[in-house]
Design a protein around this ligand. Structure first.
Ligand code: MN
Ligand code: MN
Length: 463
């Protein structure tokens, strides 16, 4: 046998997605990414993202599920979990006793939350105190324009939506940093220690009101502005969820426009793919297709809106009950693609990656057999059968895919919702879009990988 043929026959030959995709796919990819960028801009927090998700689902004929509702093949329903997560189902031709095809992603992203007593004045400048949410590199959040979103819930239960910085003409917020001229001591500190969580304070104002003998006039002026706009008082911060996020919209990156830069790709890039694929299913799927967009992944998936919450089990139990199927029978035959981003190989930091097992931009949806740290701890570690199933599915549908680990052995690690699905006795595999600068205020993904992940999700739902 010719050596070239033998190589082709026996050795792996993963290709750049641009060498595989047809012209028509590239056009569809651009259209898909444009809509994805709009989704990002509309949903910079889990609440806004959930609201946008519901809006899109209703537009495509999904109805809010009410317990006891009769469900038939082809029905499309959703449940919004406390405004912060969404679960959707397209009832399939087969009984739920045959399982379900599930995609799970998360719609919360690393950010800065306001503390319960956030407002203060120092040297006639007003600030909000923050407590960071998720794994951030604190130095990345200073000296960039920020905006604030969330709700203040009054003692009578009335919910007041807050938005500062996102509307046209709105002022932005910022966290200041030391000037280099006076930064000599700070510069000697290790990166992880140079910025403490307690300096991530949001600059709000500098203009006092009232007589000069009075103290706290800048804080009062800010509180008055908030009261004028939202009708809130200082004590109302107690029952609020106010989130500070980067004040930047999604934008194309590179002279060739092949990438997208934005806040919150992790994990809205997979959430959008999972959602859009479900909404775009032309035919009723064989098995029931389920999409769950969860909150709280970035802090461990605990809590009532996280993937560990019984909210998901309740949703699935309700669906199963409508067909007199025990949910455990559905779960043991179900498959879940835990759709979350993975680290893209970065040539500038090549020493933390193992090149043979890294995910690369433009090489398609990245499968991860396991995540975790220190010898796969905290990982679901999918079995070979599950990986084979997904690999077969992707190959059958001509989807560009790769398989990777998150960095070198012992370089660090991470987790996803995969183990919480797998712990429910659902065969689960991690897969998602490779991201550069993951968890930064501005992350980068490749358009091709976004589109291939969407196509992969469609293949999963179709089974
Ligand atoms: Mn994630
Ligand atoms: Mn993350």
């Amino acid at each position: 046998m010719d050596i070239k043929e033998l190589k082709k026959e026996l050795l792996s030959s993963k290709k750049n997605g641009y060498d595989c995709l047809a012209e028509a796919d590239l056009t569809a990819m651009e259209e898909y990414c444009k809509a994805y960028m709009a989704y990002l801009d509309a949903g910079k927090t889990e609440r806004l993202c959930a609201a946008e998700t519901v809006r899109m689902a209703e537009e495509k004929g999904f109805r809010p599920y009410v317990r006891g509702m009769e469900l038939n093949c082809g029905d499309k329903v959703y449940v919004c979990n406390r405004g912060k997560g969404v679960m959707l189902a397209h009832i399939g031709k087969k009984s739920l006793s045959e399982g379900a095809q599930i995609a799970a992603a998360h719609i919360d992203s690393p950010r800065l939350d306001l503390k319960p007593n956030p407002l203060y004045e120092e040297n006639e400048l007003a600030y909000f105190k923050t407590h960071y949410y998720g794994g951030i590199r604190k130095y990345q959040w200073v000296t960039i324009p920020l905006e604030l979103h969330g709700v203040v819930v009054l003692a009578d239960g009335k919910s007041v939506p807050v938005n500062i910085g996102a509307d046209a003409g709105d002022p932005k917020l910022v966290i200041t940093d030391l000037l280099p001229h006076l930064g000599q001591e700070q510069s000697k500190k290790p990166l992880g220690q140079a910025f403490s969580g307690e300096i991530l304070n949001i600059l709000l104002g500098s203009r006092p009101i009232g007589d000069e003998e009075e103290s706290g006039r800048v804080k009062l002026a800010v509180m008055k502005l908030l009261h004028d706009k939202y009708g809130i008082k200082e004590d109302d911060f107690t029952s609020a969820e106010l989130e500070v996020v980067p004040a930047v919209n999604a934008t194309e990156i590179g002279l060739d426009r092949s990438m997208i830069g934005a806040y919150g790709h992790d994990d809205r890039v997979c959430a959008y793919a999972a959602l859009k694929a479900l909404l775009d299913l032309e035919e009723t799927p064989e098995k029931t297709a389920v999409c769950i967009l969860a909150d709280k992944e970035e802090i461990g998936s605990d809590g009532v809106t996280g993937m560990q919450s019984a909210a998901f089990d309740t949703f699935m139990e309700d669906l199963c009950e409508s067909q007199q199927v025990p949910v455990r029978a559905c779960f043991e035959k179900a498959f879940c693609l835990s759709a979350d981003v993975t680290a893209a190989f970065d040539p500038d930091f090549s020493d933390v990656y193992e090149k043979k097992n890294a995910a690369y931009l433009n090489y398609g949806i990245g499968l991860c057999k396991y995540t975790g740290a220190r010898g796969k701890s905290g990982a679901s570690d999918a079995n070979a059968e599950t990986v084979a199933y997904v690999r077969g599915l992707l190959e059958k549908n001509h989807i560009t895919w790769q398989i990777a680990e998150l960095g070198k052995v012992d370089a660090g690690g991470g987790g996803t919702v995969a183990m919480y699905m797998a712990n429910r006795n659902i065969a689960t595999l991690d897969a998602g879009v490779p991201v550069l600068s993951m968890h930064a205020p501005f992350e980068v993904v490749a358009k091709l990988d976004c589109y291939e992940t969407y196509r992969g999700m469609k293949a999963v739902y179709q089974g």
